[in-house]
Design a protein around this ligand. Structure first.
Ligand code: AKB
Length: 317
């Protein structure tokens, strides 16, 4: 049995992860934590408890941990990379201050803790192709700086206090349930919406901009499998490279065109997102995740595209 608090349960990852956790642990209590204005709706609201929790309020996190006898916290609160550049102070407060609160509550109350890191934790000095697990991490964005700080702080709490903190470096995540909002990789979600609505897609990144991407079902599985992994086998903790596909705007556009032949794309570059994307890896090497806890993606670009188009048709048409 597991009792889990998901902080940020109504975001792009949280809205699907909370439901998957409820299916995976039917005897447990999975609490959907949200901030006012982002209330859970529909099945998410109906299928289990929901509580207001602001990650900057440590006392509230501790109160909920006591109330529901929580043993695991999924910390999904973050400002994504592009929006974080507009609000760097808030990005630090949520990304690092919020993580510190989760780590302290986990230390005091014996919780395990999952916090996503990102391909954004790397920077221009990192090898861009097959980026190794252990390499240079000198990001230029506030988002990346909070992620590297978070990785180091989580490892510190694991080594110093025995907190079972674990993490994966998520690529751009593609999904049809809840939109991402504010990331550099969001174009790879938006392009599917344009294709299904029959609209021309204006791509904010130039051809040749490669980044790692992943379909949400694989990302959700990774978030659960890393927390279930045998600790004896983990040489790393915070955070594991995971990968499934890498493409540039032309590759995803041409893949969608195989299914939507009339689909049109033009370029309308966003200099901020382009600069961020150029500083990130083109493709990650996820050998350590494969060897230490058996990570393996199921979706590639073709199977993801078929599933995205089918589900978006049902959702918006
Ligand atoms: C973003 O683009 O900011 C995120 C990420 C890769 O962490 N999707």
């Amino acid at each position: 049995m597991k009792n889990i608090l998901v902080i940020g349960s109504t975001g792009q990852i949280g809205s699907e992860l909370t439901m998957k956790l409820r299916r995976e642990y039917p005897g447990g209590t999975i609490v959907a934590g949200y901030i006012p204005g982002a209330e859970p709706k529909g099945e998410l609201a109906a299928s289990g408890p929901a509580e207001i929790v602001d990650i900057t309020d440590a006392a509230r996190i501790a109160e909920l941990v006591d109330k529901y006898k929580i043993d695991t916290i999924y910390n999904l609160a973050a400002l994504l990379s592009a929006v974080a550049e507009a609000k760097p102070q808030l990005a630090w407060k949520i990304g690092v201050g919020g993580l510190y609160n989760c780590l302290e509550v986990s230390r005091e109350k014996g919780c395990a803790l999952f916090t996503p890191s990102s391909i954004g934790s790397f920077g221009p000095g990192t090898p861009h192709d097959h980026t190794p697990q252990d390499t240079i991490q000198r990001p230029k964005t506030i988002y990346g700086i909070t992620k590297v700080t978070g990785e180091m702080l989580s490892d510190y709490y694991a080594d110093r206090f025995g907190v079972d903190a674990r993490s994966v470096r998520f690529p751009g995540l593609i999904s049809y349930v809840a939109p991402p909002g504010g990331g550099t990789t969001d174009y790879a979600v938006d392009i599917y919406y344009s294709a299904v609505k029959g609209e021309e897609f204006k791509c904010p990144l130039k051809p040749g901009t490669y980044m790692d991407m992943m379909y949400m079902p694989d990302a959700l599985r990774a978030a659960i499998e890393i927390m279930e992994a045998d600790p004896e086998k983990l040489k790393h903790r915070n955070s594991f490279n995971i990968a499934s596909m890498s493409f540039d705007p032309e590759i995803i556009y041409n893949k969608i065109k195989e299914y939507v032949p009339d689909f049109k794309m033009s370029y309308d570059l966003d200099p901020l997102r382009q600069k961020i994307a150029d500083s990130w890896p083109d493709s990650l090497d996820d050998t350590c995740a494969r060897e230490e806890w058996g990570w393996k993606p199921e979706y590639d670009l073709d199977s993801m595209t078929r599933d995205m188009l089918e589900n978006l048709h049902k959702k918006i048409l």
